[in-house]
Write a protein that binds this ligand. Structure first.
Ligand code: ARG
Length: 480
């Protein structure tokens, strides 16, 4: 049994079951790079503030650098007895540079250290996930541009409602992703705050420079309250909430694609590379990527609920409960990365069965609203027009025919003001592409949306480049 870093006031060893129960190294080793970066900045600050000598600060940084290299080449062994990533790295540092390693933790607690690691981890993941969302948005926009002229039914209640352009479907999902991106971008101001210097809960008696360490790590600011810095995880919850909304959107898209690729709809065919077969039924081709995306949405929602529940009963300040914040966060990041990475090429693999889509618009009276509006333009009150067209639809249902197949004489039995111009008003293509410049489906409406998202995407790309540059600069400033 090894001696604990905190072992001074204890006699005897920790029970092995307790060691297993309390250890988090199997989970928080993901934070190794962030922990080392944070420690290097802390050591630099201790040197700058003359709390440690320059030589000591440099030795600590050199040691940490060499541990970072060894971790990257898998040369180190993390131990359960050392509990978590923070104490494992401190033990490794002692093996590397000897007793001076014991000075690194001056004016610091694992409470502000772990909070710092989480901020460092989450800010870089936020940038990566925005970049993945952006790639997917690009693909959606390409699809929209390619499918302007493909017509299909738009649905409400999953009942055929009005004809729309397929571009409008892709643009709708692009709009959702745009809000997801902007939510994550907004969260940056809160995630990019430094909690370091908060100590266990109330700082320390050393004249440390919290601003300096925050500027080395290129944070936008520092926590004003040390008790807040060590005890809140609202920035993690905010990310999980944003992640839940992303998954909700992707899950709806998945449901759409699953329905569309069914033989009942037959609107799309997914690439073979993105489907799997059945072990028993030789004919099957299943849309598993979309199904798993829909399924994984549950685990992301679960993580959000997990952390909200974890936090709700915690009096100030740090409690060990907070160690349980990591699995839901890491799992969510892993899930989002996996889903977004596979979804984008899946979208690229879709074959559009335009003729099936077109056929689906021919039944279901998708032009009924247009007909009612045509009557209104001839001076009939909308409510009356609605009633007239409702009667005409009932007539067609009984005859098993379409509105446009009625003769003018038949139509005039329902409304004598109707003339030949009604046939133009009933044309589906006109309804979709140009019947009304204000309609979202009109060609100009689609064009406007494409231009808007292209502008948004350019802004996002600049944002991602800026943040990546900033994160890169921090690493190179510590030779990492
Ligand atoms: N592994 C701990 C966590 O993740 C680090 C902080 C531990 N602090 C403490 N006082 N036990 O929260």
């Amino acid at each position: 049994m090894s001696k604990k870093l905190w072992g001074g006031r204890f006699s005897g060893n920790t029970h092995p079951e307790v060691e297993l129960f309390t250890a988090s190294i199997h989970v928080d080793k993901i934070l190794a790079a962030d922990d080392i970066l944070g420690s290097m900045a802390h050591a630099a600050m201790l040197g700058k503030c003359d709390i440690l000598s320059q030589e000591e600060a440099q030795l600590l940084q050199k040691g940490l650098l060499s541990i970072a290299q060894k971790i990257s080449t898998d040369e180190v062994e993390f131990r359960i007895e050392d509990e978590d990533i923070h104490m494992n790295i401190e033990r490794l540092l002692k093996e590397e540079i000897g007793d001076v390693a014991g000075k690194l933790h001056t004016a610091r607690s694992r409470n502000d250290q772990v909070a710092l690691d989480l901020h460092l981890y989450l800010r870089r993941q936020t940038v990566d996930i925005i970049a993945l969302l952006l790639t997917m948005q690009e693909t959606l926009l390409q699809l929209a541009a390619a499918h302007r002229d493909v017509m299909l039914p738009g649905y409400t209640h999953l009942q055929r409602a009005q004809p729309v352009s397929l571009a409008q479907y892709w643009l709708t999902y692009s709009a959702m992703l745009q809000r997801d991106i902007s939510r994550l971008k907004d969260s940056w101001v809160r995630v990019n705050q430094s909690p370091l210097g908060a100590g266990a809960l109330n700082g320390s008696s050393f004249a440390i420079d919290k601003q300096y360490v925050a500027s080395l790590l290129k944070f936008d600011g520092i926590y004003a309250s040390s008790m807040d810095a060590v005890s809140d995880r609202d920035f993690v919850i905010e990310f999980l909430a944003a992640a839940s909304l992303i998954m909700m959107h992707l899950s709806r898209l998945s449901e759409e694609l699953i329905l569309w690729s069914s033989q009942e709809f037959n609107f799309i065919t997914m690439g073979d590379a993105f489907c799997t077969g059945s072990s028993m039924m030789p004919q099957k081709k299943n849309p598993d990527v979309a199904e798993l995306t829909r399924g994984k949405t549950g685990r992301v929602y679960g993580s959000l609920t997990n952390l909200l529940t974890l936090m709700k009963g915690l009096a100030l300040t740090y409690h060990r409960d907070l160690q349980e914040d990591k699995e839901p966060l890491f799992d969510t990041v892993k899930t989002l990365r996996a889903v977004l990475s596979v979804y984008n090429p899946l979208l690229g693999s879709l074959k559009i069965n335009a003729s099936s889509m077109q056929r689906a618009t021919e039944k279901g009276f998708l032009n009924a609203t247009a007909l009612a509006e045509h009557l209104v333009k001839k001076g009939i009150a909308f409510r009356i027009a609605h009633e007239i067209v409702g009667n005409m639809v009932a007539h067609c249902v009984a005859k098993d025919c379409t509105l446009e197949s009625l003769t003018l004489a038949e139509m005039q039995q329902f409304c004598e003001t109707l003339d030949d111009s009604v046939y133009g008003a009933l044309q589906l293509e006109k309804i979709v592409t140009g019947h009304d410049a204000y309609a979202h489906n009109s060609l100009s409406g689609i064009e406007d949306q494409i231009v808007l998202y292209q502008k948004n995407m350019l802004e996002t790309q600049t944002w991602v480049n800026e943040k990546n540059h900033l994160l890169e600069e921090v690493l190179t400033s510590f030779s990492l």
